[in-house]
Design a protein around this ligand. Structure first.
Ligand code: ZN
Length: 480
């Protein structure tokens, strides 16, 4: 038989294996791995690595917060993702406090229908009322949105411990994962007020407002309460070693707690925020980049599997414009500068370069960090995150030796800057395939808006509760 397309002569890398073979693609899926496969069309991968397309399970795309919608649309985000070798994302359906989820979820589904890449949603919960928990969440999970996102900080979205317990209990009953932004809300508010009152307003004081301790405390609390309920959780965007230590301790006790870190914590530091005016503001994200030396410690945590996923936490804020970081003025104090850095396209190149090219991790671990593990934890595996017969033919053809200087133009996003401007990487995607379709070649993205598919997620074993409750009493079963 002749395959629709054969990717010929490359070195195929999965999370566990390396094979020199062709990839036969039929009907958008991987149909065969072998030598000399016959194909109606051929894509030459000689001298290249053939990797599973990146799976970025933490991206903010066309999301509306407090009436402001991210500049990054599903179309521009798709272009940026394909440019960087990523083929699937999980982004965030929001909830406005005091409003039912459906009021934001339905328009968000509409916006996402223009995507070129495949996507799923985390459901953010900011207000777990009776109506939300009893009437809305069961149908939302049933529709394939099998993860919740909660914030322990930020004015408009943070929830308190009682509300967090309620979300954990709902997730346990419904079979969903809970992902958590861990920072202590009151501690940050208190320190922010003190810093501003003391005239310390520059971007670098963003870091001072939320030192590692506030992240560690919230992480410890998030884990302890999840243990109380026996509910699996993922700690988002771990920025430093002392937070990873909390996660390692939980994992050693047998708890289902996973740790994610992000590209920026490997390559940015607190010094990046210490630049004049909005130059420093470009690097503001939460948790903030930490002290020099912290990134090497994060790599060590990655090698020990404490942190097993690297996401971008891609955030859609330009510097300029009515929605930009400087919308409250070029000299805005750090509290008024929008949080987040863009990084959809830069993730794979930076993690490959810093990780594989510099000898910190091997190829298989790279694939696990950026594709296989996120797909597994979010219930997308093996459809996504690997190259195996039956998997979607999502591939990144990768030149491991290509040296590239990162620039804003290469990112192909809607944001007006990249925090990684001028950084040198070794290793670069030369083509991206999504379900067998070549959607990027030599930097040129070509795909039809609307071709992306929503990825519903069915129940899966990894996120099942352990069944161990501290004293055997299941409060979550009593209080719905
Ligand atoms: Zn985020």
């Amino acid at each position: 038989m002749e395959y629709d397309l054969v990717v010929r002569g490359g070195r195929v890398v999965t999370g566990a294996e390396i094979m020199d073979c062709d990839v036969g693609i039929q009907g958008g899926r991987v149909a065969a791995l072998g030598a000399n496969l016959p194909g109606a069309r051929t894509l030459d991968a000689g001298g290249l690595l053939v990797l599973p397309g990146g799976v970025d399970t933490h991206c903010h795309i066309e999301q509306t917060d407090g009436g402001v919608t991210n500049e990054e649309t599903f179309v521009t985000a798709s272009e940026s993702a394909f440019a960087g070798g990523t083929t699937s994302v999980i982004c965030f359906s929001g909830q406005e406090r005091g409003r039912p989820i459906r009021e934001t979820l339905e328009p968000y589904r509409q916006a996402a229908s223009k995507a070129m890449l495949d996507y799923s949603f985390h459901q953010t919960i900011t207000d777990p009322t009776d109506a939300v928990v009893r009437d809305e969440l069961p149908a939302i999970v049933e529709s394939g949105i099998r993860s919740f996102k909660v914030f322990l900080t930020y004015d408009r979205v943070h929830i308190d411990d009682r509300q967090y317990l309620r979300v954990l209990a709902a997730a346990r009953r419904l079979g969903a994962l809970v992902t958590v932004h861990c920072e202590n809300y009151e501690a940050i508010r208190w320190r922010t007020e003190a810093l501003l009152a003391d005239g310390r307003t520059g971007a670098k004081y963003h870091g001072w407002s939320r030192p590692t301790i506030v992240e560690r405390e919230a992480t410890h609390r998030a884990i302890a309460l999840a243990e109380l309920v026996d509910q699996p959780i993922q700690i988002f965007h771990v920025s430093c070693d002392e937070v990873a230590e909390e996660i390692a301790r939980a994992q050693a006790r047998g708890l289902k707690v996973w740790g994610e870190t992000c590209t920026q914590y490997f390559v940015l530091t607190a010094d990046d925020m210490d630049r004049p005016g909005m130059e420093g503001g470009k690097y503001i994200c939460s948790p903030p980049p930490r002290g020099a030396g912290e990134n090497e410690k994060l790599w060590a945590r990655v090698r020990r599997d404490t942190l097993d996923i690297v996401s971008s936490d891609h955030s859609g804020h330009s510097v300029f414009g009515t929605r930009g970081k400087s919308r409250h003025g070029a000299d805005a104090n750090f509290r008024d500068i929008a949080n987040g850095v863009p990084g959809l396209a830069a993730r794979l190149p930076l993690v490959f370069s810093e990780g594989v090219s510099k000898g910190r991790i091997d190829l298989n671990r790279f694939v696990r960090l950026v594709a296989s593990n996120p797909a597994r934890l979010m219930g997308l595996y093996p459809r996504k995150g690997t190259i195996a017969v039956g998997s979607d033919a999502d591939l990144a053809l990768w030149d491991p030796d290509r040296k590239v200087t990162l620039t804003q133009a290469l990112m192909q996003h809607a944001i007006d800057y990249t925090p990684y401007e001028g950084m040198e990487v070794t290793g670069w995607p030369v083509a991206t395939l999504s379900r067998g379709e070549v959607v990027m070649r030599d930097g040129k993205v070509q795909a039809e808006p609307g071709r992306g598919r929503f990825l519903p997620r069915a129940p899966y074993d990894l996120i099942r509760p352990t069944g161990v409750l501290p004293d055997g009493f299941d409060a979550a079963a009593v209080l719905a």
